[in-house]
Design a protein around this ligand. Structure first.
Ligand code: BES
Ligand code: ZN
Ligand code: ZN
Length: 500
């Protein structure tokens, strides 16, 4: 879907659907709405006075053939209280409006931003909303449920003075949202269609298109590098593991500048291994590669947005299967860093593969690391499916990631990681064990394990197990993969100031 910029006056816009939004307050028909109301002979004011049009968040009021307007439909979306409103809220409003119209077989729409929001940030948020909202998880349906495909959308409300801001917002929003949808497409793929080798091929195709450097390590090179933790997970599967390394180098690299490393967990299917998971819900474990897919999506956008910082992505990928060759609870493995690990539970495999991913990223010249992983069920207990958990060993980097998450409109919340948790992963016979000794705090234990491999390097870990997948659709989103962390990682790279 292409997103255009529209600068015509709203009343004269000939389109199947003109969309704008209403705040929840007295005198809600003001500004550009008052202009539309005037053209429509006071009908909008009547709707507001009658109590039908309230402005409550995501309330949808659809007017057909509005008299006095050139549009065939006027859709007014409730925007809630104006004091709680920020441009980022437009993302959700635009996505919900698009899905509402798509379900009614409308194929073209124009979304008008209002006075006060004629900015690049607003155009970007609307563009993202339209593109993210148009995504459906129906790749394998021979008959698409939402029959209509919106083929043309535009952002309106801009005039000669503001149109260049609008155009740059649309361009940036398109890059970021298409990259997030690229991630969602990968995450939705079932494990038989997306093995580690296939994921590597998809990454290669993406890198080629984006002009990124890529190196895919096969099982032989992984063994040569002594990635014993990754190999221990992979040994239970007939599918060989891969480590995908994607590099973005800025046009004018500065010597001594920081290098941002992004590490993503990509377990293309997690059965739990010999510590096998229950059958119920196991099919969802195809999304255990969402961290790796988010990192790939972020790289796709970074290649196009060209930040000043060098970014290196490292994505260890494997299946976690039981089988005759699978590792067994109690086995001891030697990670790439040389640390010995007692694998008490084979289902805590994400931290094993990340241990080697992090160690490898450190050898590639990274100065700062951020990992994203569907790491623990415990983070779902702590934060539900609302916030991703943020852990780290360096407060300035944690603060940067949190500020990027706010700027990008992805909810994330800081979690503790103090030394008192270190004893949870003490092992009787190895340097560390891969699960805690039954004292709760499962998401923290997992992060603590990763910290042992980041060591002194500034590092942040995002546990996205609760937020990478939506069980039920929302007015603004299809169910399935959410693409969480893509926008945060992109914002982080774009603002990764070299003073760090
Ligand atoms: N992939 C899971 C974590 C997960 C859980 C992701 C729910 C998405 C939704 C991870 O590999 C895992 O199995 N973790 C275990 C760790 C436990 C054995 C210490 C868990 O969270 O139960
Ligand atoms: Zn697991
Ligand atoms: Zn897992």
């Amino acid at each position: 879907m292409h997103i255009a910029l529209e600068t015509q006056p709203l009343a004269s816009l000939a389109t199947p659907a003109l969309v704008t939004y209403v705040f929840e307050k007295d005198g809600r028909i003001e500004g550009s709405l008052a202009e539309l109301d005037k053209a429509a002979g006071g009908r909008l004011k009547q709707l507001a006075d009658s109590g039908e049009l309230t402005g409550k968040t995501l309330e949808m009021t659809l007017v057909h053939y509005p008299a006095g307007l050139a549009a065939e439909r006027l859709l007014l979306v409730g925007a809630g209280k104006p004091d709680k409103f920020a441009p980022g809220a437009l993302r959700k409003l635009a996505a919900a409006a698009l899905r509402y119209l798509k379900a009614r077989s409308v194929t073209k729409l124009v979304f008008a931003v209002r006075e006060g929001e004629r900015t690049a940030a607003a155009a970007e948020a609307v563009t993202q909303g339209l593109l993210l909202g148009s995504f459906d998880s129906d790749r394998y349906k021979t008959e698409k449920k939402n029959g209509a495909v919106i083929d043309l959308a535009a952002v309106a409300g801009f005039d000669a003075a503001t149109q260049s801001a609008g155009a740059s917002g649309i361009a940036r929003g398109t890059i970021i949202a298409e990259s997030q949808n690229f991630t969602r497409e990968l995450v939705n793929e079932p494990a038989n269609k997306l093995t580690p080798r296939k994921l590597a091929e998809r990454a290669q195709a993406m890198a080629r298109e984006a002009g990124l450097e890529i190196d895919v390590l096969d099982e032989k090179r992984i063994a040569d590098l002594k990635m014993g933790a990754l190999l221990s997970v992979a040994q239970g599967s007939i599918e060989p593991p891969r480590v995908i390394v994607v590099t973005y180098t800025p046009e004018q690299p500065r010597s001594g500048a920081p290098v941002l490393g992004l590490v993503g967990k990509a377990v293309t299917f997690d059965t739990g291994g010999i510590s096998i998971k229950p059958a119920e819900g196991m099919e969802k474990m195809k999304y255990d590669m969402a961290g790796g897919a988010a990192v790939l999506g972020a790289m796709r956008a970074i290649a196009r947005l060209k930040p000043a910082v060098k970014v290196v992505a490292v994505i260890p990928s494997t299946e976690n299967m039981p089988g005759g060759r699978a590792q067994k609870p109690g086995d001891i493995q030697i990670a790439m860093s040389g640390k010995s690990i007692e694998v008490v539970n084979t289902d805590a495999e994400g931290r094993l593969i990340l241990a080697d991913g992090i160690a490898y990223a450190k050898t590639l010249g990274c100065t700062h690391l951020v990992d994203a992983a569907t790491l623990t069920g415990a983070i779902v207990v702590a934060l539900a499916n609302v916030n991703a958990g943020v852990f780290g060993n360096n407060q300035p980097l944690i603060d940067r990631v949190l500020s990027s998450s706010r700027a990008a409109g992805e909810k994330m919340w800081p979690m503790p990681l103090d030394d008192d948790y270190r004893e949870f992963i003490k092992s009787n016979i190895a340097d560390i064990q891969n699960v805690g000794s039954g004292k709760g705090g499962g998401a923290i234990t997992a992060a603590m394990f990763l910290r042992e491999f980041a060591e002194e390097m500034p590092w942040v870990h995002l546990d996205i197990a609760g937020t990478a997948w939506l069980d039920d659709q929302k007015p603004w989103s299809a169910k399935g993969a959410t693409g969480i962390a893509v926008r945060t990682l992109v914002d982080l790279a774009m603002n990764f100031d070299s003073a760090q």
